[in-house]
Design a protein around this ligand. Sequence first.
Ligand SMILES: *[C@@H]1O[C@H](CO)[C@@H](O)[C@H](O)[C@H]1NC(C)=O
Ligand SMILES: *[C@@H]1O[C@H](CO)[C@@H](O)[C@H](O)[C@H]1NC(C)=O
Ligand SMILES: *[C@@H]1O[C@H](CO)[C@@H](O)[C@H](O)[C@H]1NC(C)=O
Ligand SMILES: *[C@@H]1O[C@H](CO)[C@@H](O)[C@H](O)[C@H]1NC(C)=O
Ligand SMILES: *[C@@H]1O[C@H](CO)[C@@H](O)[C@H](O)[C@H]1NC(C)=O
Ligand SMILES: *[C@@H]1O[C@H](CO)[C@@H](O)[C@H](O)[C@H]1NC(C)=O
Ligand SMILES: *[C@@H]1O[C@H](CO)[C@@H](O)[C@H](O)[C@H]1NC(C)=O
Ligand SMILES: *[C@@H]1O[C@H](CO)[C@@H](O)[C@H](O)[C@H]1NC(C)=O
Ligand SMILES: *[C@@H]1O[C@H](CO)[C@@H](O)[C@H](O)[C@H]1NC(C)=O
Length: 456
Amino acid sequence: LQGRGTFIFSVLCLLPQAVLARWACARACPPSCSCTQEKSCSVLCDRSGLAELPKEFPCEAAAINLDKNRLKFLSERAFGTLPSLKSLSLDHNNISFITPGAFKGLANLVELKMAHNEYISYLHTRTFTGLKKLVRLDLSDCNLFNIPDRIFIEQTALRELLCFQNNFRRIPGAIRGMENLTHIYLERNKIEAVAYNSLLSLGSLRYLNLQENRINVIHEQAFQDLVRLENFYLNDNLLSDLPRLAFRGLIHLKMLNLGGNQLTNVSKTWFSDLVEVEILYLDRNQLLYIEEGTFENLTSLITLHLNSNNLTTLPFPVFQPIYFLGRLYLFKNPWECDCSLEWLKDWMENYKLVRDIPCASPSSVAGLDLSEVVFTKVNGTCVDPAELNLTTASSEVASTTENRFHSLISKLLQQELREEMGNGTESRRNGTLVDSCSYLRHTCPLCLFLFTPLQM
Ligand SMILES: *[C@@H]1O[C@H](CO)[C@@H](O)[C@H](O)[C@H]1NC(C)=O
Ligand SMILES: *[C@@H]1O[C@H](CO)[C@@H](O)[C@H](O)[C@H]1NC(C)=O
Ligand SMILES: *[C@@H]1O[C@H](CO)[C@@H](O)[C@H](O)[C@H]1NC(C)=O
Ligand SMILES: *[C@@H]1O[C@H](CO)[C@@H](O)[C@H](O)[C@H]1NC(C)=O
Ligand SMILES: *[C@@H]1O[C@H](CO)[C@@H](O)[C@H](O)[C@H]1NC(C)=O
Ligand SMILES: *[C@@H]1O[C@H](CO)[C@@H](O)[C@H](O)[C@H]1NC(C)=O
Ligand SMILES: *[C@@H]1O[C@H](CO)[C@@H](O)[C@H](O)[C@H]1NC(C)=O
Ligand SMILES: *[C@@H]1O[C@H](CO)[C@@H](O)[C@H](O)[C@H]1NC(C)=O
Ligand SMILES: *[C@@H]1O[C@H](CO)[C@@H](O)[C@H](O)[C@H]1NC(C)=O
């Protein structure tokens, strides 16, 4: 009887599907599952306490959900032949062994999810045999230590590989040369290094997540093939330095996260090519020193996170020339609020792009926020708070912020104009600030940033 049922079913599968689909999907629904036929046949067997796979699934099944059961084992051809199956989910089971060839017969499977199976620690080279159309594979939160180098030999269409929260100690060699991969999730593993060939030929990769590993070494050419990379998470590793040209050629990078490492110096060679980066995280390191010109080529930068470091000062030239129109995060640094940070206070007050800059020194202003520090001027020159008593700094001595800001601007303007125009005293006296600005806009992007709000 069972043999005949299977035979009838095989015949039905060969018929044009439209008429029979709805009926067939429901008719062959496994016990303890529910089946719905909307656009396609979905088989829902999640949270059903299953310790074993159902014997049979509707042959027109397009999606099968077996999440949150107690499955332990997948035999060869565990799902039979399901030519319409696109999506199979086995998340949150207790699978510990997958027989090679378990997915044979699922020739059109696009997405396979096996996340949260904490006893999968090993996969055979032929585990995914037959899955030639697979685009998305989720093996997150299993217990994998490695996977065989040739495991994806048939998965040439694979685009997204999710392997976060496993026990990898190196980037799996299996991904090398997978030129169709666009997304790789390897966060929360135990990866210690990125070798020159770890990420070879991943020319389509747009998203790479290596956060929360133990990476302390990156080879100089490790990222050189990632020419389309847009989002790169390297945060919360053990990096104390980076190769000079680590990110060379990553001209499409939009977001780079280097937060939560042990960097002390930022080299101006690191970000040379990152002309499309909009968000850069350097927070939670131990930065003491940022080389002048470091942000010079970051012409798309919108947000820069420098908070929670050991910075005491931030020389104006670090930001020169500046295209920076967004937010700057500087809190939790031991700022030394002397005259060298006066420009920053002006910036803070006028653009509201920066706030929360607590001063650690000099002692006369320790505990204050930079916005509260009154820089006193004697004959137009800022005098460090250390040299004066705060209480004596009356409003007479300190000019208003606005005036000081204007003087900062006119200093810059004069310098620029003198360089550009020689003795243009006449035109300067006659020209308004606005004229000068529109002139400067062509020569100095900084001015766009510094001057625009003033005219309002
Ligand atoms: C899951 O599998 C492991 C090992 O295969 C076993 O020790 C454990 O009891 C199983 N857990 C459940 C809930 O079945
Ligand atoms: C990438 O995909 C194309 C088209 O699907 C395929 O021809 C090619 O072999 C794939 N490349 C790799 C390295 O798998
Ligand atoms: C950081 O830069 C400073 C100043 O250039 C230099 O003295 C120091 O050696 C550098 N430290 C490292 C770890 O590169
Ligand atoms: C900025 O880009 C130019 C042109 O590519 C390059 O010559 C220069 O060295 C870069 N600046 C830095 C700080 O790397
Ligand atoms: C940064 O400051 C922390 C304490 O605030 C200190 O433990 C650490 O050694 C400092 N790092 C450097 C490189 O100075
Ligand atoms: C300020 O300028 C006046 C006159 O130009 C001069 O007498 C005085 O010594 C100057 N003060 C300081 C602190 O330079
Ligand atoms: C400066 O401060 C000290 C202690 O805070 C005080 O004794 C002294 O009189 C102050 N000097 C002036 C000129 O106000
Ligand atoms: C600028 O003006 C000074 C004095 O007015 C003059 O001696 C000098 O030659 C002028 N320089 C130029 C480049 O015009
Ligand atoms: C100022 O500029 C205007 C036109 O831009 C001109 O007519 C006028 O003579 C100039 N004044 C001086 C003092 O140069």
